[in-house]
Design a protein around this ligand. Structure first.
Ligand code: DAH
Length: 335
């Protein structure tokens, strides 16, 4: 008995098959009811009692080995049969369809690119902010309408915590954590409690710029913005600065560029004025510098902020703001 078992074990070790039929033949020869291994089990009853335990174990090992081997061979052969049938290795590969970058990302990256050429680095800050970073440090009086429930999303349980309404909050973060000279660009998403329509959304994107050093002047601001406008909208673009008001800058201005659709001649897009507004800017208010721990006697700085959607609309004439957040590939594919 022992000898037959070890002989069969050797045979099982070298089981091989070229086809699924060969595998079936092995199963019939060794494992079917009339197979050789089954025959050993039949003879088992004649084994003397004191050897039953040991022989029984050897038999079980043999049967498991044979079963495993046959199953493995079957799997191997059916895998390769399937591959050969379903795959045509000579066929040319399917073309890979590449996604496109979102238009807002394209424009954001272009803005970063333009300002990085004049020494600006990129910084970011949290979208969930506290009142001080968004308003308090930036010289907003307590009763300023921007803090109003109409505009700002507050966290219900704690009105000190809110969704930032502008990226100017990153100015606060940078000024309180870095020493001048500071030259940063802060792109990011902002939130306002607005009804969603073709020209307003409850979230949109801005890029904030901040430059603080000794002797920074309004002329530096104007020159940097003129450079930006020409890089972004073309060499012939002109700019004009109109006096304005922001709590965190003094003096403040809004910047228009000559309408890039009609070249400044006047068209429906620029409401026949020849100019379109693109950003707010100004010299950082000394109160803001002081509040953020920077000595306004030594340092001065400028800041500007623009909406990425606005710049994107000017570049690509997207008429409905909602398209930017709907993820419709027919829209996104065009950029
Ligand atoms: N934070 C302003 C807004 O959201 C935009 C802005 C205006 C940013 C003037 C500035 C600035 O840095 O100097 O409307």
């Amino acid at each position: 008995m022992r000898e037959r078992i070890s002989k069969l074990t050797q045979i099982v070790e070298i089981f091989s098959a070229k086809s699924l039929e060969d595998v079936e033949q092995l199963r019939l020869t060794y494992l079917s009811k009339k197979g050789e291994i089954s025959a050993l089990f039949d003879d088992f009853r004649n084994v003397p009692n004191e050897q039953k335990r040991e022989i029984g174990q050897l038999l079980n090992v043999l049967r498991t080995k044979a079963t495993d081997k046959i199953n493995a061979l079957r799997e191997q052969l059916s895998d390769s049969a399937q591959t050969a049938e379903t795959e045509d290795f000579t066929r040319t590969a399917e073309p890979l369809e590449l996604g496109a970058r979102h238009p807002l990302s394209l424009v954001k990256n272009e803005i970063i690119d333009i300002f990085s050429r004049i020494g600006f680095t990129v910084a970011s800050g949290p979208e969930i902010e506290d009142d001080w970073h968004v308003f308090g440090a930036l010289n907003f009086p307590p009763e300023h309408p921007a803090r109003d429930m109409q505009d700002t999303f507050f966290i219900e349980k704690n009105p000190d915590i809110l969704l930032r309404t502008h990226t100017s909050s990153v100015q606060t973060r940078i000024m309180t954590s870095q020493k001048p000279p500071i030259r940063v660009l802060c792109p990011g998403r902002v939130y306002r409690n607005e009804a969603i329509s073709y020209r307003a959304h409850c979230f949109f994107h801005q890029v904030e710029g901040l430059y603080i050093d000794k002797n920074v002047s309004f002329a530096d601001l104007k020159q940097a913005l003129l450079y930006f406008a020409k890089e972004m909208f073309g060499e012939n673009t002109e700019i004009r600065l109109r006096p304005s008001y922001f709590p965190f800058t003094e003096p403040s201005a809004e910047m228009d560029i000559s309408c890039n659709l009609c070249g400044g001649k006047g068209c429906p897009f620029c409401k026949h004025t020849g100019w379109v507004e693109i950003l707010g800017c100004g010299m950082v208010d000394p109160n803001v510098l002081k509040e953020c721990g920077i000595d306004p006697e030594i340092y001065s700085g400028y800041a500007f902020g623009m909406g990425i959607e606005r710049i994107t609309n000017l570049k690509f004439q997207v008429k409905d703001l909602r398209l930017f957040s709907e993820n419709d590939v027919r829209f996104l594919k065009q950029f």
